[in-house]
Write a protein that binds this ligand. Sequence first.
Ligand code: PHE
Length: 572
Amino acid sequence: MAAIRETWNSRTAFVLAAIGSAIGLGNIWRFPYITYENGGGAFLVAYFICLFLAGIPLLMLEFSIGHKFHQAAPGSFKKISPRLEWFGWFAAGVGFIIVTYYAIIMAWSVNYTYEAATLGWVQEEGEYADVQYAIAQTDLEDMEVLIEVPDSLLGRSFVSPVSADQGIISDDPEDSEMYGTILVAFDGHLYGFNSVDEATTFMGSPADFFFNDFLGVTSSPWDIGKFKWPLFIGFTLAWIWIVASVWKGTKTVSKVVYFTVLIPWGLLLLFVIRGLTLSGAGSGIEFYLTPIWSKLMSAKIWLAAVSQVFFSLSVGFAIMIAYGSFLPKKTNIAANAMIIGIADALTAFFGGLAVFSALGHHASSLGVPVSQVVSSGPGLAFVAYPHIITTLPAARIFGVLFFLMLLTLAVDSAFSLLEAVTASVKDKWRTSHRKANLIVGISAFLLGIPMLTGMGIHILDIADHFMNSFGLTLVVLGEVLIIGWGTGAEEQRQYINKNSSFNIGLWWNICIRWIIPMGILWMIFTEIQERAVPYGSFGLRSQEFLFGWLLIILLPIIGDILASVSGKKEPE
Ligand code: PHE
């Protein structure tokens, strides 16, 4: 009986499902903000190098592991050695944590579909004309607070490079002549503007709307803030959609993906065209495409690039192993991996074009450099795309379409994350697909709830950062050590070649045995050493590190416990 495992309806359906898993928020939401955070062009270079040296070879590896052992990750690794089952659970655990916050971004998108219909982020002109600003002077040696910041501003979050105890803050516009800077707070920073006009253009912008009105973001991860009920509704809807899509296993997946992959591509193209034709777009594109080579010397940028590649290709999560396990016997591993890798990278590249042209447009209307226009971070997409949308004719319609597109792209990635965990549970305990799905789905749902508060985006940022930079890279490191050095890269390569239309050369072994592990070790070590520098827009402190590391350390332990409880035997 064990031989009967669901398989994909057809090769195209498999390719589309794997593309569906790969292409998601990672391309449209995460890629642009990570690129922005890492300085644009140089990051792009690192990204493409990592794609070909690590991403695509790993995709081949994961497909072939699943194909060979016909099991999701824990089962596959158990077949390699019973002592390795915990490792498969570790990989599934990383996926599980990711799906908890992935659904939050989906919730934002659900609500933004509504905001787009009403253009909720466009604020009435003049709404912010009254005292939503303060004047500051920061380079005085002798600092003194003259006047309190207006309450309206205080309610908005800021952890400022320039804060009340560092400078003189006044709410009298006349003072700006004396001191020169108008302060505006958003996304955890105080921003300086040259005139009240400039400042009021910002206030009431999509950024202000997103961070302050929509999320009610607090100034630190330890300040809970308000629970956002509207987000809870979006969150629930997102989860219903995810679980419903995966309800019947691969059979439904095979049908859903035609809609969730092909339509979004068309829409994205439209956004790129509109973005590129906006005035000032050029400066954004220049930032995006001009590499500053010296930046490639830092480990940070490589770690960011490689973890973005893994995230985006869905490797290092046990997902492509699970998907590979559903592949029919006769298949074409190498070509599929190539197609998927390249399609995924191109989609991300297009997402970047759209976002950076919007940033360029926004920067030129504010008269600031692109690198300073919005503080980077997970909010970027929800600021940049609304900018483009607002400028489109029939903005509401395109806005709604855009966020629906984001959701359709996200949903098959989310259900692939869910599926990897569910498949693991199912393989071990022989529970029904539905039961496994519900158990995993509901737990992830509950874990996501704290992220619907004002501190949510901070928690999300930390989880995203740690899971990708360390969780994911550690899983990949384990994979390449186990296969590359344990069972043997050469044996695996021959297995892939036996199941592919073209042969991959010895370069593959070199990537798997040397380049990937050495690269990852170098990045992780340098990164840990350099981590004295604060991470993220709010400046990560030691408590947040502790939280991040705790997550990483707990996962293998839980994996070990799961591995040691006994599952149900396969029926003979
Ligand atoms: N690759 C997906 C994306 O880019 C995210 C994802 C990661 C999905 C891991 C499944 C597993 O959005």
